[in-house]
Design a binder for this molecule. Structure first.
Ligand code: GDP
Length: 298
């Protein structure tokens, strides 16, 4: 049994490799929910949907958001009617989000996600990090903003001064899943806005300290592969490098996998984490993903 902690871009790529080497039912994925919010009248759980679509083999791999080959008739119609959506939500993706919104009138998010993943034929468990309503605020030089406002509307350009988010109660199954796993795997995800919120949910840090935890660096050759991870890390006082990531995870990490391009950082990281593995972590092809998944176990 293994548990993966996931955001919505880097770790889903690794999940594609993991499910080719272990039985999907042996896998639980605890997913970040800190950015969840209502957009255009529907509940948007972006990271959960990306993980769900990845496990169902239907994710849009160009954007790591939404469903492959989706249509955008509703989005375009709204535009013609003078309403510009902050997120470009596809039609099939929107249907899943509408169902989520309706089910959430009756059930907590974790139950809703379970209903949807079973309907999509997914055998792995998908556990939202929390059933609570969360908040995240990005404090920038242009003022405070919502996560999607910063990322999509402002294209992550304003200089970040701080990142604030709620410390939540974990959903049922989060702690149990960590405690009963042979390995907890933290894929290459944003340590500040994807993994940070999961680790800060009540009881998670303690559970991680007792578990065998392996993480893959989301930074390659001193640069993020995608997204504003460097900005967020610098805002919290960390170096935007795999050394900075090691400092963030240091309290609970047993093994850290860094890229061949960061070989020069190995000695410094070994002062924090004894087991450092160096390999190619850039997942462009399914072969890369399977290779990296195997290294996580090796
Ligand atoms: P978000 O929810 O979209 O922020 O997605 P995540 O938190 O899951 O992941 C974003 C992080 O994954 C970024 O810091 C990227 O640098 C990293 N990432 C994306 N693809 C790869 C990859 O192929 N290899 C590695 N090592 N990191 C990656």
């Amino acid at each position: 049994m293994i548990t993966i902690l996931s955001g919505g871009t880097g770790t889903p790529k690794l999940i594609q490799g993991i499910i080719r080497i272990i039985e999907p039912r042996e896998l639980s994925v605890v997913v970040n929910t800190i950015e969840n919010t209502y957009i255009s009248g529907v509940y948007v759980a972006a990271d959960i949907d990306t993980v769900m679509y990845t496990l169902a083999g239907m994710v849009n791999e160009d954007t790591w958001y939404g469903i492959a080959d989706d249509t955008f008739i509703t989005h375009e119609t709204l535009k013609k009617m003078g309403f510009n959506e902050i997120l470009k939500i596809g039609d099939r993706d929107r249907a899943i989000k509408i169902q989520k919104t309706m089910l959430m009138e009756k059930y907590p998010l974790s139950k809703v996600v379970d209903i949807q993943r079973i309907k999509l034929g997914i055998e792995s468990r998908i556990i939202p990090m929390s059933d609570e309503q969360t908040f995240i605020r990005i404090i920038t030089e242009e003022g405070e903003m919502e996560f999607h406002e910063f990322l999509v509307e402002k294209k992550a350009e304003p200089h970040v001064k701080d990142v604030l988010y709620s410390n939540v109660e974990p959903a049922e199954g989060v702690i149990e899943s960590i405690e009963t796993s042979d390995m907890v795997l933290i894929g290459p995800s944003n340590p500040v806005t994807s993994i940070g919120p999961i680790v800060s949910a009540r009881g998670v840090l303690n559970a991680l300290k007792k578990a065998y935890v392996v993480a893959v660096s989301p930074i390659i050759g001193g640069k993020p592969v995608s997204g504003p991870v460097g900005e967020f890390m610098k805002a919290l006082g960390y170096d935007a490098s795999c050394i900075g990531v090691a400092e963030i995870y240091n309290q609970f990490l047993d093994k850290f996998i860094i890229d061949v391009k960061d070989r020069g950082s190995q000695k410094k990281i070994e002062k924090l984490i004894s087991d450092v593995m160096i390999t190619n972590t850039n997942m462009k092809t399914i072969r890369d993903k399977v290779m990296l998944a195997k290294k996580c176990f090796g």
